[in-house]
Design a protein around this ligand. Sequence first.
Ligand code: DAH
Length: 441
Amino acid sequence: MRKLFNTQPIFSAVLFRCKYSTAPKSVATVRLNNKDFISDDYTNITPKIISYLNRNLHLQKGNPLSLVRQCIVKYFYSSFTHRGHPAFSVYDNLSPIVTAKQNFDDLLIPADHPSRAKSDCYYINKDVLLRAHMTAHQMELLRSGLDNFLMIGDVYRRDEIDSTHFPVFHQVDAVRSQSSKELFGEDQDLKIFEPTYDIENPHNFKNSISDPMKQSCHTLEASKLMETQLKTHLLGLVYYLFGDDIEHRWVDAYFPFTHPSWELEILYEGKWMEVLGCGIVRNEILVNAGPSNSIAYAFGLGLERLAMALYKIPDIRLMWSTDSGFLAQFNTDNIQDKITYKPVSVYPQCTNDISFWLPSNVTTDSFVNNDFYDLVRDIGGDIIEQVSLKDKFIHPKSKKHSLCYSIVYRHLERTLKQEEVNQVHKKIEQAVTDSFNVVIR
Ligand code: DAH
């Protein structure tokens, strides 16, 4: 899971004015899924990003993400039943266009939280964005009366470019709620809530998260029992996917919408890899959505990471491949088949550097890397494998600031010619000059 929501709101977001916008100045709307949205100075969604909408890789037969999705759904369907029916309902077709209220406010994410920054999200305008996490739908589904559900879909975050990061990825997010009877059975002595919390007047209670063990409205036994269930269920899922030998560790975490919160890491190729975030849902969210007499856990996990580890897929861009040599490897009717990805063939990379002087009002620290990455991807498309900052430099005399990035180009299905790369690179230089007012060195 990428660090976006698991930061405490200590620092307020620095919202850099984004010079780079592909929308012509005269056009005041953005058309998405046959709907027009009025653009404003928050609009930073690009044509490249728009082209990923509606691809629905998680539902596409033969895509590894779809296989992992089916495994996860099967695990939850078979582990939890209610009178012979699955206890979880699954939503895998919710529109990724959400309001800032859904993505942030409903989840108690403060107005100045860094995850709202324009440099991290794809805004359609100030009030509407491409969801940055599937948790954005938690409130609406709770409000519609559901208590156990999975939400699966594509999420969008502005980020660096390398083999494990892509601006679109997929998440499974879930909520499991328990009433007192479901949690403690017939044992009437055990309670979900402290006596000072009045189920009839939940808004009168000032819920606090200062105790690291639990929210102040919950009893220790309810919170601990939910924590045990949450951890057992998620560990069960990891064992189901990877087998019993997989090593794991729980790490304390912070999310504005849960308390307490944790992340689960698994040992993959000798390194700890974070695969999910989870916690006990903040009671304020349940109360705002309706139920004031239950306790719930929630979690969100990233499908790409799991698929890459499960099938040993070395590059996240492969998930988007339409190459039949790739898709055929995952085209199985038995979702539990042990599949190991075999490279169709590996084509060579080309690396070109780009260096430029920044305009006098921009420093190497205030320059928004994500604006640059988006522009590079917009011009270069899917042949961009990696962009990394190589050097920062301040001229001793002129005090001008300069940046140098390496751009690695590689086509996944054929060898790129250096000339062809040079042409794309020239276009990127031109676009960077035009958009950021820099001077190529
Ligand atoms: N939405 C979080 C993210 O994308 C992950 C997450 C954490 C989801 C805790 C949850 C949760 O539902 O309870 O980083």
